[in-house]
Design a protein around this ligand. Structure first.
Ligand code: FAQ
Length: 316
């Protein structure tokens, strides 16, 4: 057997490409091009940050949930998102990233998180619509990532997707319940759908023609489908769900195209996505400020845990 140290850069590159071509996984111990490592850290960190910041919009309703049952469900869901963040930060450390450094980058605006979590949640219907549409979009995007080429990321995604499916169903069930209620409740659901529909479509990222990372990430099999392919899949699956629920989407151009075998939909306001990504969405400042405060207020817990681990290590 040839030791890795004896292999040339070309041999290592060829082995990496062969692994990808055979649909096998790249594991932490394997050689990988620096650009692949950087892309993986970027995507996993952004994803982890999204899960953690994503706790805030729904967390807003934990103290005001309308019943004990809804409160218990919401607590469990928000806690699941924290768990997803932890699996993902752990996956990023297998690539040499440092979790504290990633958190600093998030708080200092040097790393992104999903645009969707910069929108407000003024009513309880928002909790249902986040479950239905936001978790629904997340599943659509993340199920193919279970076959992503980087092993730890793909394996984390399997568990995350199982939990997200459950989240999606709880959102839909909540909305079904509200739709069986009063006119005011039905109006509340429709209003929330009107506010979340377009931002949900933006979650999939810029159109393919303007996505700088898609081509390389597809070639490396990090991404298995393009942004536009997944967005279309999400529209196609959401329309019958909206019909069953009894709500409409705020898009006059949304209609079945028999020739394409897909729903056509209206033009997305890409300037809004750009604005929100660059920090100027309705709640960006509030979300980051809250995360910064939590990080500062939790410093003593991290110090105590480190001191405890050091003491245990010393006595062992
Ligand atoms: N928001 O070239 P592309 C969840 C950035 S988790 C903000 O197309 P890529 C669970 C992009 O990063 C939701 N930034 O990039 C939950 C890139 O930035 P950079 C998060 C966006 O990576 C549910 C630049 O624009 N999911 O919802 C957005 O090939 C409910 C150019 O874009 C993931 O992270 C955006 N919407 O494709 C939690 C899934 N779109 O770094 C709580 C994993 C694009 O080059 C409650 N990630 N950007 O400056 C992915 O699949 C991909 O990274 C994409 C973007 C598809 C998001």
């Amino acid at each position: 057997m040839t030791a890795v140290a004896e292999l040339s850069e070309e041999d290592l590159q060829a082995h990496f490409e062969h692994t990808i071509a055979r649909d096998q996984r790249i594991e932490p111990r394997d050689w990988m091009p620096e650009a692949y490592r950087k892309t993986m850290i970027r995507q996993i960190a952004q994803h982890a940050h999204s899960e953690i910041i994503g706790m805030q919009p729904e967390g807003n309703w934990i103290t005001r949930a309308p019943s004990l049952r809804r409160k218990a469900i919401l607590l469990a869901k928000v806690q699941d998102e924290a768990g997803h963040g932890l699996y993902l930060y752990s996956a990023s450390t297998t690539l040499g990233a440092d979790r504290a450094d990633l958190t600093d980058k998030l708080i200092n605006g040097r790393q992104k998180y999903s645009s969707i979590f910069n929108y407000p949640t003024p009513t309880f219907a928002d909790v249902g619509v986040i479950g239905w549409l936001v978790d629904g979009a997340a599943i659509c995007n993340q199920v193919p990532l279970c076959r992503s080429s980087y092993g730890p990321y793909a394996r984390a995604m399997i568990r995350i997707c199982k939990e997200e499916s459950f989240h999606q169903r709880q959102g839909y069930e909540l909305l079904m319940t509200m739709m069986r209620g009063t006119d005011a409740q039905r109006e509340m659901v429709q209003d929330a759908v009107n506010r979340w529909w377009w931002p949900s479509l933006m979650m999939f990222g810029p159109p393919d023609a303007e996505s700088p990372n898609t081509a390389q990430s597809m070639a490396w099999k990090i991404k298995r489908h393009t942004n536009d392919e997944l967005r279309q899949r999400f529209v196609d699956m959401s329309v019958p769900q909206a019909e069953a629920l009894g709500v409409t989407f705020p898009d006059p151009d949304l209609k079945w195209n028999a020739e394409r075998g897909h729903y056509d939909f209206g033009e997305i306001d890409w300037s809004e996505l750009k604005r929100v990504i660059s920090g100027d969405g309705p709640c960006n400042a509030e979300r980051i400020e809250r995360r910064r405060k939590a990080q500062e207020e939790g410093a003593w817990v991290r110090e105590a845990a480190a001191a405890h681990a050091a003491k245990k290590g010393a006595s062992a």
